[in-house]
Structure formats: C-alpha cells, structure tokens
Design a protein around this ligand. Structure first.
Ligand SMILES: O=P(O)(O)OC[C@H]1O[C@H](OP(=O)(O)OP(=O)(O)O)[C@H](O)[C@@H]1O
Ligand SMILES: Nc1nc2[nH]cnc2c(=O)[nH]1
Ligand SMILES: [Mg+2]
Length: 167
C-alpha cells in the first residue's frame, strides 16, 4: 500500500457489508450466463476474490469453483505479473460461461492479465475504482481512485479513545 499513490480516504468494509454486497453481485449476475442464463463455473482470483466467490457461488447454486492466483510485482510493468496457479484448462477454454470474481478492481492490472487468458469470461468485482472500470463487466459499488478499501479480513476490533476525555 505504501508504494501506491497516496490514498486520501479509507472505506472500511465489515463482514456484514461484504456479505450484502457480494449477494447483490450474485443477484445481478443471476440468469445472465450464455447458456440459457446459466454459468458453467465460478473462478475466484485469490486471495481477495475467494470470499465474494464463495457467496456468489452459493447464491447462484454453482458447485464448480476454481481459483487463479496472480502475483503482481509493484513498480514493475504488467509483463512482470505472473500466474502462480491457473484454473483447470479444460474447464476454462476461452472463458465462455465462466464467472471470474474478485473483491475489487483498482488499476485494472490484475483483470487485464486474466482477461488476456480468458477473453470470453465474464469479469465481476464487488468494488471498482474508475481506472479499473473498463476491465470489469459487472460491479456493485464504485469508489474514488484515492480511496483505499479495507476488508474485514485485514482488520481487527480495537480500542478507540473517547471523543472527549484523556483515555
Ligand atoms: O486492479 P489492480 O490494481 O490489479 O488491483 C486489484 C487487486 O489487488 C488486490 O489483490 P492483491 O494483489 O493485493 O492480492 P490479494 O488478493 O492476495 O490480497 C485485490 O484483491 C485485487 O485482486
Ligand atoms: N485491500 C485493498 N487492496 C487493494 N489492492 C488494490 N487496491 C486495493 C484497495 O483499495 N484495498
Ligand atoms: Mg486480489
């Protein structure tokens, strides 16, 4: 995070919120697959896409779920991003009927790489920043580019000093 552009704002997402927003994403995708509205499989972009993908696959009753792991190298070009683990090639084909899910799109670098591999897949994220929007087919909530999104799996409850008082 420190080597990215400064983020003016923070958007803190609770478990309840990511659950609601992921459900909303599922409902928006329902019946939109190419085979009479059906999707063949859900593929999560690890790690952030796993919780939303689980919720989407549960809502849409899709039992075939796979993962793709992309490691991007900060301060280097897109060419340096590497796929550490690919989903089943036979299942994926060119991506037709496959729902690829991530928690968010920021610069669009991650989705750009995955899109090149599976051009016919449908790309869905829960949150989207403007720079990455062209890379995503369906998303629920837009946030500004200078906002950092904090997910519940990266946070913990902690003591906060009273507004008025010493401690
Ligand atoms: O649009 P981009 O600029 O490529 O950024 C978006 C990606 O960055 C985050 O993942 P990260 O690579 O930090 O790994 P993680 O999912 O394992 O936390 C997020 O979960 C997206 O996958
Ligand atoms: N948690 C988190 N990861 C990111 N990766 C790229 N942008 C973000 C963001 O806003 N929040
Ligand atoms: Mg990620």
């Amino acid at each position: 995070m420190s080597d990215r552009l400064p983020h003016e704002k923070g958007f803190h997402v609770s478990w309840d919120q990511i659950h609601r927003d992921s459900r909303a994403l599922a409902w928006r995708l329902d019946g939109k697959g190419p085979d009479n509205g059906a999707w063949r499989a859900v593929v999560a972009i690890t790690r952030g896409g796993m919780a939303p993908a689980m919720i989407v696959s549960r809502e849409l009753d899709i039992r075939t779920v796979d993962t793709i792991s992309v490691k991007s190298y900060d301060n280097q070009s897109q060419a340096d991003a590497k796929v550490l683990k690919a989903p089943n090639a036979e299942m994926m084909g060119d991506g037709t009927g496959i729902l690829i899910v991530d928690d968010l799109v920021d610069t669009g670098k991650t989705l750009e790489l995955v899109r090149r591999m599976y051009p016919q897949a449908h790309f869905a994220t829960v949150y989207a920043k403007p720079q990455g929007e062209p890379m995503v087919d369906t998303f629920i909530t837009g946030v500004s580019q200078d906002t950092w999104i904090f997910f519940p799996w990266d946070m913990a409850m902690q003591y906060v000093k009273p507004y008025r008082g010493s401690d």
